[in-house]
Design a protein around this ligand. Sequence first.
Ligand code: ADP
Length: 337
Amino acid sequence: MDSFREPSIQGREEPPLEDRALRPQRMAEMVGQRGVYERLEIAIDAARKRRESLGHILLDGPPGLGKTTFATCIPNELGASLQIASGAALAAPKDLLPYLTNAAEGSVLFIDEIHRLPAAVEEFLYPAMEDFRIDITLGDGVAARTINMPLKPFTLVGATTRAGLLSAPLRDRFVIREHLDYYSPEELAEIVRRSATKLSMPMDDATADEIARRSRGTPRLANNRLRWIRDYSTSRADGRLDVDIARTALTMQGIDEMGLDGFDRRYLETIQRVFGGGPVGVEAIAHTMSAAPDTLEDDVEPFLLRCEFVVRTPRGRKLTPKGDEHIGGPAGRGRLF
Ligand code: ADP
C-alpha cells in the first residue's frame, strides 16, 4: 500500500534487505534495554487489559539501537496494525492526513526522525495526539472555516536521534518517553549469537565476543559486521569461521579493536592534527572532513563521547588524552595552525 513506507534509517551503513530477517518481531525476542522493555511491557499490558489505546511513545537514542524494532514489535504485542512514516518526508499537513485518517482504532503510527517535522505539520499533529481530532481549514480570508474531523484513537510512536531538537509542546504530548542507550558487550554478543543462528552460521563464543567488542555497542553494526564476516568466510576461508578469521575480516574493513571505523578515526585525527586537539566547533570539523555536521553529531560523536575519546566544552570539541592515545598521539603533532 502506498501509505506504508519503509522507515528511512540514518547511518553510514545502510540496512540491507536481510535486516528484516534479523529484526526481532516480538519484544520478548529483543535483547538488552531491560528498563525500557519492562516499562513498555507494563504500559502495553495495561492498555490491553483496559481495552484502551496505548499512550503516545517517544523513543530517542543514537541510530541502530532498536527504536524501529521497538516500534514494530509494539503493534505485534497489541495485535494491532502499523503504519510507518518518516518526519523528513512529511513536508506539509496534507502528507500526514492519509496516515491519520487510515489509522484504525488502537493501531500504531510510527514516525521516524520526528525531529524533522516542519512546524506546520507538528501543529497539525497536536489535536490529533491530544483529542484524536484534526482541524482542517477550508477557503481563505473571511470565507475561511474550520472543520473538525474525529479520528480513531491511535498510538503515535515517535523516534528521534535528537530529542533536544523536539519542541517542548510536541515532547510534552508523549506520555511515555524512553531513551535507548548503547548495549553492553555481553548483550551485543547475545544478539550476534542469535543473528548467527538465523543466518545458519555456526559460531563459538570467542568469535561472538570479538564481533560484539568491535561493534560500538550498536546492534545494527553488529549485524552488518556479522554479514561481512560471513561473506569473508565464504569467499576466503572455505566457510570456516573462528576468532582470527573474524578479526582479519574486520581489520580489512578498517575496523579497529574498539570497533571504530576509518570515519571515526578520521574525526579524531582531524581534531588532533588540524585543530591541535581542540577545542573546535563541530561545523569546522565537518567542513574539514567534507562531512555533514548532522552525520557527525548523530552518528560519530555519541559513541566517542561515551568512550571518553572527546569531550564537549562550551568552546567546542576537545580530544582527551585517551582519544589521543587511541590514534597514536601526542596531540598537536603535525598541527597545521
Ligand atoms: P534504530 O531505529 O534505533 O535506528 P533499529 O531498530 O532499526 O534501530 O535496529 C537496527 C537492527 O538492530 C534491527 O534490524 C535489529 O536486527 C537489531 N536490533 C536492534 N535492537 C535489538 C535488540 N534489542 N535485540 C536484538 N536485535 C536488535
